[in-house]
Write a protein that binds this ligand. Sequence first.
Ligand code: URA
Length: 240
Amino acid sequence: MERLQKRIASLGYCSRRKAEELIKEGKVFVNGKLVIELGFKVEDKDQIMIDGIVLEEEQKVYYLLNKPRGVVSTTSDEKGRKTIVSLIDTDIRIFPIGRLDYDTTGLIILTNDGELSNLLMHPKNNIEKTYIAKINGKLLPNELMSLKKGVVIDNIKTKKSKVKIKNYDKNTDTSIIEITITEGRNHQVKKMFERVNHKVLKLKREKYAFLTLEGLSSKDYRTLTIKEVQKLYNLAKNGK
Ligand code: URA
């Protein structure tokens, strides 16, 4: 027996959080009966139907995409903007693990594995994400230290991060900074730099845990290997 929202996510329909919303909105039927209770338990043999679709066990798929600029990392967009899902040639309903902003480029995983998505997104997991940020101005030693130790954004201090100055260009008065964070808060990197009075002009995610963009140009994607998926599960379950 497992909770309905967990079962919906593990069937690959959507994330567990989204499943909770659907249940509360009265869109989920189990064996033909409407269920709006979040703690409801189901067995594998129970039939779950959402918006007229009976959920079936489907093969899990995993893609690593080099996201270009100008694409939203949601499965649909109310403003009709291009979504990352449309960049992947598949009929399977996939969704991104976490988000990158519309103007952020780089590494993002897309899957129909709700369980892995939940495990990786759980705050306790400390999965390292490395970004290259182009910022205005020169990062001063005290600002660098603040970023490393944690700065307060949206009233909560960020966890420790790793920060390296890669380059400073006198002519344009801009710097290239590598920053590795373990959380995934909304616009986190941009807000962290804002806090120390620098604007992020460009942002790219180059690494997610042990995964890199090696061999992938912008818009390119590849599937993850079984070994990589197992490694992600191990990381997510046992911590970094
Ligand atoms: N931090 C941001 O500010 N934006 C992203 O897209 C990712 C991390």
